[in-house]
Design a protein around this ligand. Structure first.
Ligand SMILES: C[S@@+](CC[C@H](N)C(=O)[O-])C[C@H]1O[C@@H](n2cnc3c(N)ncnc32)[C@H](O)[C@@H]1O
Length: 294
């Protein structure tokens, strides 16, 4: 039997798919309704091969009947998360960062070129964090920003490994304007390699750590200037979205900005510390007598 035909007959047992959905929803916040079953099974086949198991039935038994779940969870999460990202994705956010946010934050930093902290809170393979780094490094060169540091976090260890390596296929960096490609991307020495790497100058200012946005608190600074949390809230239910937004808001300095994905919104989140200043961009108000003021 060819591998393709074998896979056609290879499925998770119903009880194992249900159990996987429950684990993922409770630990990661992502819903896996029955409509996602084929996608999940397709992605888990590489784990079946990596573990040398006979198929998805055996994978379910390995997880739930043979106590394999604890060791496998990290890989299970890698398989079920959707990591689509791009350089300069939703470019209006980076234009806002360059044209509005830095100027406003400069005032909050006493009128001097600011030292900025940026957090990419669902960083995937790092394109969002390095895009912000390119924009801010240009502003450092122009004397408008003193320094910056960028933290990228994600729940998936696999994407974090790629983000730290900062190596991408040439086609993937096409959205980066050519002058920035010249300044911030290095071609591989081997011309047969169609890969580029972010320059050490930028890499030094960006680092990555694992964080589950479902955690009750985040062990990071509470004076962040700009948080990107884009294209992840859509996977969470409403209650989880509200909790995540409220925690993120508590990490912004007064006047700091939160950028959400273009199909995401704070509407009805009950987080009154943030006000809308542009589509999907929110700004933290100043605390006045413990209460929020814009
Ligand atoms: C679609 S990508 C978005 C990447 C980037 N923010 C962008 O907009 O291009 C969503 C990312 O969220 C991550 N993610 C999903 N659930 C998460 C959670 N509970 N905590 C942290 N990251 C999570 C996934 O691993 C994935 O890399």
């Amino acid at each position: 039997m060819t591998q393709k035909v074998a896979e056609t007959y290879d499925h998770l047992a119903d009880k194992h798919f249900t159990a996987i959905s429950k684990v993922i929803e409770s630990r990661v916040g992502i819903k896996l309704p029955p409509a996602k079953r084929t996608m999940v099974e397709g992605r888990l086949r590489k784990r079946v091969r990596a573990l040398g198991l006979s198929g998805l039935q055996a994978y379910g038994v390995h997880l739930f009947d043979r106590d394999g779940l604890d060791d496998e969870l990290i890989h299970l999460i890698d398989c079920v998360t959707t990591n689509k990202t791009d350089f300069f994705r939703e470019p209006s956010h980076f234009e806002f960062l360059r044209d509005v946010a830095v100027q406003q934050l400069t005032q909050r930093h006493g009128g001097r070129p600011p030292n900025l902290k940026v957090w990419s809170a669902a960083a995937s393979t790092g394109a969002e964090a390095y895009t912000a780094a390119m924009v801010l490094q240009d502003m450092v060169a122009a004397g408008k920003v003193a320094r910056f540091s960028i933290l990228g976090t994600d729940i998936s260890t696999e994407v974090l490994r790629e983000a730290r390596s900062a190596i991408y296929p040439r086609a993937f960096v096409e959205p980066v304007p050519s002058p920035m490609q010249q300044r911030y991307l290095m071609r591989s020495k081997d011309p047969r390699d169609d890969l580029v790497r972010v320059t050490p100058e930028l890499r030094r200012q960006v680092h990555f750590e694992r964080l589950n946005l479902m955690d009750e608190s985040y062990p990071f600074d509470r004076d962040v200037d700009v948080i990107f949390c884009r294209n992840v809230l859509i996977y969470f239910d409403r209650a989880t979205q509200q909790e995540v937004l409220s925690r993120l808001a508590s990490h912004l300095r007064p006047g700091g900005y939160l950028m959400l994905g273009h199909s995401e919104s704070m509407a009805g989140s009950g987080v009154d510390r943030l006000r809308s200043v542009a589509p999907t961009i929110y700004q933290a108000g100043l605390a006045v007598n413990g209460r929020s003021a814009a």
